[in-house]
Design a binder for this molecule. Structure first.
Ligand SMILES: Cc1cc2nc3c(=O)[nH]c(=O)nc-3n(C[C@H](O)[C@H](O)[C@H](O)COP(=O)(O)O)c2cc1C
Length: 183
């Protein structure tokens, strides 16, 4: 079976990020034909349209990595009821210059964990809005709004038993979604 390469974009730069932990844990629930790579977004400059004709090296790298992927997996924090600026910055960079949107057509999943009870629901809704404009087909169901609380992870950063059952189902649906779009 042909390997499906998935670009993982984590919407947090925090060293001990729950979202990075979640990203690291859920990729283990995918079948062996799926290969995941987290893309670095922390070294991107602030987006400036003046630079579209001469994008910085980290921007070129990001776009090349997205181009090499067959699917996308966004695992993001929620900041002030929306997506963190670092994530929006990365999305904007790779969407430009006009007509060279690297995200377009790549099947995506959106998931996230926050300390608040809404589990990044509002950030995910905003992200879906952005991705719809960028022509990214996003898995609709199941939604996964995850709250960081005891039992989500065990001491070693692996998923707790209950979260594992829920997230295995989510990953199975994500895998099917990607396969529906990618030969
Ligand atoms: C600037 C800022 C805004 C935040 N806004 C929200 C929010 O709107 N909703 C929420 O549930 N948590 C919010 N939080 C708390 C985050 O859920 C928490 O910091 C979480 O650990 C971020 O994800 P990370 O661990 O992957 O960095 C906010 C945190 C920061 C630093």
């Amino acid at each position: 079976m042909k390997t499906k390469h998935i670009a993982v974009i984590v919407g947090s730069l925090r060293r001990e990020s729950f979202n990075r932990m979640l990203a690291n844990a859920i990729v283990k629930l995918a079948p062996a034909e799926f290969a995941f790579k987290q893309l670095a977004i922390g070294d991107l400059p602030l987006y400036n349209q003046d630079d579209d004709a001469d994008q910085a090296a980290p921007v070129k790298r990001l776009k090349t990595e997205i181009a090499a992927a067959q699917g996308l997996l966004f695992v993001s924090a929620e900041y002030n009821r929306s997506i963190p600026g670092v994530l929006k910055n990365a999305i904007d960079h790779a969407s430009r210059p006009y007509g060279k949107n690297a995200w377009a057509g790549k099947p995506a999943g959106v998931i996230g964990v926050s300390v608040g009870a809404n589990g990044t629901a509002m950030a995910q809704q905003h992200l879906r809005n952005v991705l719809a404009y960028l022509d990214v087909p996003v898995l609709g169901q199941p939604e996964a709004f995850i709250q960081a609380k005891d039992g989500l992870f065990d001491g070693g950063g692996e998923l707790g038993q209950d979260s594992k059952v829920f997230l295995q189902n989510w990953m199975d649906k994500y895998v099917a979604w990607v396969k529906r779009h990618v030969a």
